[in-house]
Ligand binder design. Structure first.
Ligand SMILES: *Cc1c(COP(=O)(O)O)cnc(C)c1O
Length: 968
């Protein structure tokens, strides 16, 4: 590492470690003393099982300073050569308005927020997501939209599985338009094959009647740019009792008749070109819209309107979507982390431009495409596209490659479709100069270039009248109020300040690792050479990215003990699914395809069984013992029972109970003896970094959540990255890609598991964040971070133990990096639920810990290494004060149905009414002195979830009365 980094400019070496880790030396000493320890290293002996410890030195010995990291990444970005992209295929250049870039993408108030489970402290991002849903509803014409999925290709795959659940057809065939994006077809094929569906890729206008099928998937406009009237194939799908999905380009829908008007059942697509940079593949938000009658089957989260206890309008996640994977192997989808930050940006893009602005942008793109085509025709070439929005295909017999090379010399990437055809896709950034440059490429050097203004006057509309849209879009006031930058800036700030994110206080969410997302780590995502790159450019243009992947892979292999990583999965859930496919493939080529049982401990996160079901595996639950560990006896019994049908064990380590099991190695050995493979859920890797290499102690595959352990911010519920690491025998099967070669360089004769995301390296642009974190911390810094995370968690456990029972500890009373406090007694003694405690914490200015996972009636607290003693004490003080408030109820001194917890959170509105609560304003609103300096005012009181689920309303209400009249 040191050579590669050229470490000559290390003027501030080591500083960052102290910036990242909260407690300074004195605080760490004090906290250690409270635990009866002397040195941080003592935690290793006390807490971590000796047989999992890594004794080999790591290669990551160097650290570089914040300044040096930026310099280094600048050099890396220079190796990315950004050309004008006209490749299309689902990725288009776009202009992210500066006001949104500065106030959202680069604002920790937005990017450090958590998924909006605690709706009262999330009203800002919930409103932004509701705007996104409204925009999708308007553009697609559908009745209902969700608040984002991971990418267009996986959204199509989700549409396919939803079609299987809802379609009456008993066929197992999926018909896919051959003019779909190739990455979409590949992802559908992967997903279909693990579920046992057949896929037919064909021309939907040719003999569709001959087939029985349950899902029809169409692209609108097609990948070639051609726009077809899809009414006829959709009608056939309906005759066949199948559901029809239209993957539609959002910008084209500004002009085109929406999918709903074609009678589509599901509309999906990417919101990338609404202001989100291409980023060499991601992250971007996909959208998913459907009919109201299907609302209970929709994958991902839906934001809906409800009301709070005061009758005030309030937003929250609707229906089952709050915790979809809670249904485990019966779940509709395994999606957990999605793409909230990117959906927020796309929604704001529509808010800022409004209907007229979008019409201008879409209209210009279309006009330029027509002018370009006319000029190419004038110069004697054949444009084969008949009806198009922004993409044309030019026929160049045997010359496609040569033309593309010439265009490249002129600074433009075209799509080479085959030897005879090139595709050209225009976008918001296209100018007249680009058109002239292209003509120069197509026109013979001596001929005159066409005259743009002359052509402009002679164009006739190529989209038939019946496919042009006639209805108004974006009529809701939010899309017309904020078109000046001043108003826009204030609107975004108004929303941000309604929320609690990490820029306000600690967010002690167990299993989610809400640690520092340092400003330096975030810088490279704003570098043009990282974010303006199309994912399908030739590799020689993307050498900076290739270097980033290689270096990050080396770093992660070093830390985990695995031999190879795939960055393709866009979240932990996708990593799980991919890892299980890799395991299935391994068994298949070893003649063991009967191995279809996946053992999963009862304590596992809901995504584990949901992913196993998606991978076509049968879930068998392994019990946990009284200490929360996997029951080795039950594991033996299940292995004996299922014998050579066992494919894998999925195990989370340390467990979701926040404890290092002693038997991890033994468990892995038992599974291996039975011929199974070990999948490790690495969401809790923050307790292991620098101490333990899972690949060396028994795990065969593991996903990491880079948005947990490796500092990619949560973004309010995404983006995430869920790369998987594998041991050598599994590396050949890691995903590849239909468009870009060399994604899995170890691919062998048996092929790979296929493609699991639209982009070859998933959400490539945010990998710079994790790279920067590891580069600045080095092995020593990372180990120190891990030990501090253990210190902080054990300190919390020690402080709270006299007040709340700690549910699980190891034999000596230690926890790992998080702890679970048991609150179930309070229901009996004081009629207080964990929910009440969570909401009361808001009055103290805190976001609640994880509620009711992995055990009902508990709170799981993970302070992470980034919080210092003062902040942790402030949180513990609040928890202890709340315990005291519960005691007041238990003792009968506070009313059982009218008390500080029951009525929490308390809002400013209470101050405007006659005060008739049986406690003081100060107790309610200023429970400790911290609120005097900096009071967080929740914008709404306790939200009524049941009301919202009975009166489902998931678009922007004009006012409260309209939301009410939308009741069903
Ligand atoms: C967060 C988490 C997951 C799911 O990861 P996503 O990135 O949200 O898909 C799986 N398992 C555990 C234990 C987790 O904490």
């Amino acid at each position: 590492m040191s050579e590669r980094l050229g470490l000559d400019q290390l003027e501030m070496r080591g500083n960052f470690i102290q910036r990242h880790i909260g407690p300074d030396r004195e605080q760490a000493q004090a906290m250690l003393a409270a635990l009866g320890l002397e040195r941080l290293e003592d935690l290793i002996d006390k807490v971590v099982p000796a047989d999992i410890l890594n004794r080999e030195p790591l290669k990551l010995t160097e650290t570089i300073s914040e300044r040096a990291v930026i310099k280094y990444l600048r050099r890396m970005r220079e190796r990315n050569q950004v050309l004008t992209s006209m490749i299309g295929m689902g990725y288009y250049d776009t202009i992210l308005p500066s006001v949104i870039k500065r106030n959202v993408l680069e604002n920790p108030g937005w990017y450090t927020a958590y998924t909006p489970y605690q709706a009262e402290v999330s009203q800002g991002r919930l409103e932004a997501l509701l705007n996104f849903q409204q925009m999708i509803i308007d553009l697609t014409g559908m009745e209902l939209a969700n608040a984002s999925l991971l990418d267009e290709a996986t959204a199509v795959a989700e549409a396919m599985t939803m079609s299987r659940r809802l379609a009456k057809s008993s066929s197992n065939l999926v018909v896919v338009d051959r003019d779909c994006h190739p990455q979409t077809i590949a992802v559908v094929q992967t997903r279909a094959s693990s579920l046992g569906y057949r896929v037919l890729v064909t021309d939907p206008f040719d003999a569709l009647e001959q087939h029985e099928f349950f899902a029809l998937i169409l692209q609108y406009p097609g990948c070639s740019g051609e726009i077809h009237d899809l009414t006829a194939p959709i009608a056939i799908a309906h005759q066949k009792q199948a559901l029809a999905t239209v993957a539609a380009d959002l910008l084209s829908l500004v002009l085109l008749k929406p999918p709903a008007a074609l009678d589509a059942d599901i509309a999906v697509g990417s919101a990338q070109r609404f202001g989100v940079p291409m980023g060499y593949g991601g992250p971007h938000a996909a959208y998913f819209a459907t009919r109201d009658e299907f609302k209970r089957s929709v994958p991902g989260r839906i934001i809906g309107v409800s009301r709070d206890v005061h009758g005030q309008m309030a937003l929250r996640m609707a229906l089952q979507t709050r915790e979809q994977h809670i249904r485990r192997d019966k779940a509709t989808s395994n999606i957990c982390t999605s793409q909230v930050l990117l959906a927020v940006i796309a929604g704001f893009y529509a808010v800022y431009h409004g209907a007229a602005g979008l019409r201008l942008i879409a209209g210009r793109v279309h006009r330029y495409a027509q002018i370009l085509a006319a000029g190419i025709v004038e110069s004697g070439h054949q444009v084969v596209s008949l009806c198009y929005f922004d993409t044309i295909v030019v026929r160049m017999p045997n010359r496609a490659k040569r033309i593309a090379a010439q265009a490249e010399e002129a600074g433009i990437n075209l799509r080479v479709i085959d030897a005879d055809h090139v595709g050209i896709s225009l976008d918001e950034t296209t100018t007249r100069d680009h058109l002239r440059a292209l003509w120069q490429v197509f026109v013979s050097p001596v001929a005159d270039l066409p005259d743009i203004n002359g052509l402009d006057g002679r164009l006739s509309e190529c989209i038939p009248e019946k496919l042009l849209r006639g209805d108004a879009i974006l009529r809701h006031p939010v899309f017309s109020l904020y078109h000046s930058e001043t108003e826009m800036m204030r609107y975004m700030r108004r929303l941000a300040r309604r929320d609690i994110a990490l820029d306000r206080s600690m967010i002690p969410l167990g299993s989610c690792t809400m640690k520092l997302n340092a400003a330096t780590e975030m810088q490279a995502i704003s570098f043009y050479e990282f974010n303006a790159m199309h994912p399908f450019v030739p590799l020689y243009q993307a050498q900076g990215y290739q270097q980033l992947f290689a270096e990050l892979e080396d770093m992660l292999c070093d830390l985990t003990g695995f031999q190879a990583f795939s960055f393709q999965p866009n979240a932990g859930s996708q990593g799980e699914y991919t890892g299980l496919l890799v395991i299935r493939k391994f068994h298949d080529i070893n003649g063991q395809s009967q191995r279809t049982v996946c053992l999963i401990p009862a304590s596992a996160h809901g995504t584990n069984p949901a992913s196993a079901a998606l991978a076509g595996l049968q879930v068998v639950v392994v019990a946990c013992d009284d200490h929360g560990n996997v029951s080795v006896d039950d594991l033996r019994a299940k292995l004996a029972e299922h014998g050579d049908r066992v494919a894998a064990l999925m195990i989370t380590y340390p467990s979701t109970h926040g404890v290092y099991e002693q038997a991890f190695r033994q468990i892995c050995e038992l599974v291996h003896q039975a011929g199974g493979q070990v999948y490790m859920d690495g969401a809790n890797f923050n307790a292991l970094v620098g101490l333990c290499r899972p690949g060396a102690i028994g795990a065969d595959v593991m996903h990491l959540n880079l948005h947990k352990t490796f500092c990619i911010p949560h973004g309010g519920g995404g983006p995430g990255v869920g790369p998987i690491g594998v041991r050598e025998h599994l590396a050949p099967f890691l995903p590849d890609h239909p468009v870009v070669e060399g994604v899995n360089p170890l691919k062998g004769e048996h092929g790979t598991v296929g493609t699991v995301s639209a982009a070859p390296w998933g959400s490539a642009s945010i990998l710079t964040i994790s790279w920067a974190y590891i580069a600045m911390m080095g092995a020593a810094g990372l180990k120190r971070a891990t030990l501090t995370a253990l210190l902080n968690a054990n300190y919390v456990a020690r402080r709270l133990a006299p007040h709340y029972p700690i549910l699980y500890t190891d034999a000596n009373g230690w926890v790992a990096h998080e702890c679970i406090i048991d609150c179930h007694e309070f229901k009996k003694t004081a009629n207080v639920s964990v929910e009440d405690i969570a909401k009361r914490l808001i009055d103290y200015g805190f976001h609640a810990p994880t509620v009711a996972f992995p055990v009902a009636d508990t709170l799981m607290i993970e302070p992470t290494e980034s919080e210092n003693q003062a902040e942790i004490d402030r949180f513990c003080d609040a928890m202890i004060a709340i315990r005291h408030e519960i005691r007041e109820i238990e003792a009968g001194r506070a009313a059982i149905d009218n008390n500080l917890l029951h009525n929490a959170p308390h809002t400013h509105r209470l101050l405007l009414q006659q005060w008739n609560l049986p406690y003081s304003r100060q107790q309610a609103l200023f429970p400790d002195s911290h609120q005097h300096d900096d009071k967080y005012w929740p914008p709404v009181g306790r939200i009524d979830n049941v009301y919202g689920d009975r009166h489902v309303f998931c678009s922007c209400p004009l006012d409260w009365t309209e939301a009410d009249s939308g009741a069903v």
